[in-house]
Design a protein around this ligand. Structure first.
Ligand SMILES: C[S@@+](CC[C@H](N)C(=O)[O-])C[C@H]1O[C@@H](n2cnc3c(N)ncnc32)[C@H](O)[C@@H]1O
Length: 230
């Protein structure tokens, strides 16, 4: 992930019930490794910002935004830079990662943890979505490398039929679900269209490999389908 030959310095290493989480520094950038899987680094961030920027174009001022997965904070920084959201809820599973945003990673989330509009919840997004009755005008989902490559097997529950319906149920009518993926997933796009509403796709070229993909699915304003719990 970093320039060949550059040694990485481990800044912090914690063991959670999901495995090992490492923050390391290499050639002027931070990298997060979750249980041996590269999760995110501070080098780019174009598609993680686009995820939020595109969603915000589809909501009104005063909107309530949910961001699933804090990472290095590019998505949160984009949300906090906008006057549109009145409330930004971030659900992040790793307590240590949230703590890093009070120190090393604070510049990358633009010190947004101190923004009075921002509420960080340390929880598993799947469990939190099942327990809450909060609804959002936009949900920005970036917990994984995409619907077809989750960091934990249990995160598949965010992308399957039930998980997609659960996310839809947490959207206000007319709200938008924005989902990030490291590669195109036609099956997931079809599921979003069938479960949430009309889908648009944005692609972001990356230096190596397939473009990153952002799916935007709009819950139709008159949607009164029963929820997964209803
Ligand atoms: C790819 S990173 C997010 C990148 C972020 N959009 C950014 O701008 O840096 C994924 C994040 O989701 C978190 N995560 C993974 N599974 C989760 C879950 N089930 N619930 C909440 N957070 C989760 C990871 O710990 C990580 O912080």
């Amino acid at each position: 992930m970093g320039p060949v030959g550059e040694a990485a310095t481990v800044i912090d290493r914690v063991v959670t019930e999901r495995g090992e989480l490492v923050l390391r520094h290499r050639a002027g950038h931070y990298e997060i490794i979750s249980n041996g899987v590269f999760l995110m680094d501070t080098r780019a961030g174009a598609s993680e910002r686009l995820l939020v920027r595109e969603a915000l174009t589809l909501v009104r001022p005063g909107a309530r935004i949910l961001i699933g997965g804090l990472g290095v904070g590019f998505s949160l920084a984009e949300a906090a830079a906008s006057p549109v959201p009145a409330e930004i809820v971030v659900v992040e599973i790793e307590e240590a990662l949230v703590a890093w945003h009070r120190s090393r990673l604070a510049p990358y989330s633009a010190h947004a943890l101190a923004d009075p509009r921002v509420r960080v919840v340390t929880a598993d997004l799947v469990a939190w979505l099942r327990a809450t009755d909060e609804v959002f005008d936009a949900i920005c989902l970036d917990t994984d490398n995409g619907p077809d490559w989750t960091v934990f097997p249990q995160n598949a529950a965010l992308y399957d039929d039930d998980g997609t319906a659960l996310l839809r149920d947490r959207l206000a009518r007319g709200g938008v679900l924005a989902a990030w993926s490291a590669s195109a997933s036609p099956a997931y796009a079809a599921r979003l269209a069938a479960t949430v509403g009309p889908v648009t796709t944005r692609r972001v070229e990356v230096p190596r490999g397939e473009p990153d993909v952002v799916y935007l699915a709009r819950r139709v304003p008159g949607d009164d389908r029963p929820g997964v719990c209803g």
